[in-house]
Design a protein around this ligand. Structure first.
Ligand SMILES: NCc1[nH]cc(CCC(=O)O)c1CC(=O)O
Length: 305
């Protein structure tokens, strides 16, 4: 028998709440009669803001409390930004739905400059993402890169207070929060690569509950699942760590999948790039192939493998 109520565990940031509300609306529309509630909660990833994510335990910190709520029966599903979901899920959990992807590009956000090229020598750019730092270093070795954590509103507030000349955020997050007007220009493929899974929303639930999983699977977007599977397989084959700058972007066209990947060294500003095409039923193999090409170019040195 199907459950009559689904409870969504979510973080409390404006973006997380928007995404959880979005999923709640989709579930109510897709399954008339179903009651859907939000269970907002704080995670360690949200609370520890004074240290880089990589040093306090990585992306899993954003998931842990939500997973505990599901294990303890306080929630039936959790909604995440897929890019915050580690390549390897905790045992007993699955991603029954991945929603259609929004704009996966990063956004150049500034109150004074139109794009990266317009920044003066030595300008201060805020981002704590190693992937964004590595790409900024490669394109503009002269920039001063400064840490910037916190939710989207906090980051924009620090930019507006004058702490940075520009910051880099995800276009998808800004669009969801009705802040698309803050996007001065897009940092997009093929030159600039997003995080694996960026701009896709993922639904996580416990395995072994066919009724719940079937309700959630109705929201899955098959094409998005294919492309992000290739990106995540590449990331996983490179060690799946968030202490290493990794970018990935997979496109699905008439002739199948095309995956681009990059690995950077956080300090040196060097980037290794690889790309390959493959049939759409070989997403995982494609991800592993591009990872193998990056390793063949010497990525292991960057990854500390
Ligand atoms: N790191 C936090 C985070 N996780 C997902 C998004 C944006 C939305 C998405 O990629 O789906 C953001 C904000 C940002 O990077 O600017």
């Amino acid at each position: 028998m199907n459950p009559a109520t689904l409870r969504i565990a979510t973080r409390k940031s404006a973006l997380a709440l928007w995404q959880a509300e979005h999923v709640a609306t989709l579930l109510r529309t897709t399954h008339p009669g179903l009651t859907v509630e939000l269970v907002p909660m704080s995670t360690r990833g949200d609370e520890i803001l004074d240290q880089p994510l990589a040093t306090i335990g990585g992306k899993g910190l954003f998931l842990k409390e939500l997973e505990v709520a599901m294990l303890e029966g306080r929630a039936d599903l959790a909604v995440h930004s897929l890019k915050d979901v580690p390549a390897q899920l905790e045992p007993g959990f699955a991603l029954p739905a991945i929603l259609p992807r929004a704009d996966a590009a990063d956004a150049f956000v500034s109150n004074h400059y139109d794009d990266l090229a317009a920044l003066p020598h030595g300008a201060r750019v805020g981002t704590s993402s190693l992937r964004r730092q590595a790409q900024l270093r490669a394109l503009r070795p002269d920039l001063v890169l400064l840490d910037l954590r916190g939710n989207v509103g906090t980051r924009l507030g620090k930019l507006d207070a004058g702490a940075y000349d520009a910051i880099v955020l995800a276009c998808a997050g800004l669009e969801r929060l009705d802040l698309a007007a803050r996007i001065r220009s897009r940092l997009a493929a093929p030159d600039w690569l997003p995080a694996p899974g960026q701009a896709a929303i993922a639904i996580e639930a416990r395995e072994g509950q066919p009724g719940v999983l079937a309700l959630l699977a109705a929201l899955d977007d098959a094409d998005t699942r294919l492309t992000v599977s290739a990106e995540r397989a590449m990331n996983q084959a490179l060690g799946g760590s968030c202490t290493v700058p990794v970018g990935a972007w997979c496109m699905l066209g008439e002739h199948g999948l095309h995956l681009r990947g990059l690995v950077g060294d956080a300090a040196g500003g060097r980037l290794l790039r690889a790309e390959a095409s493959g049939p759409s039923n070989q997403a995982i193999a494609l991800g592993r192939q591009v990872a193998a090409e990056l390793l063949a170019q010497g990525a292991a040195e960057f990854l500390g493998l």
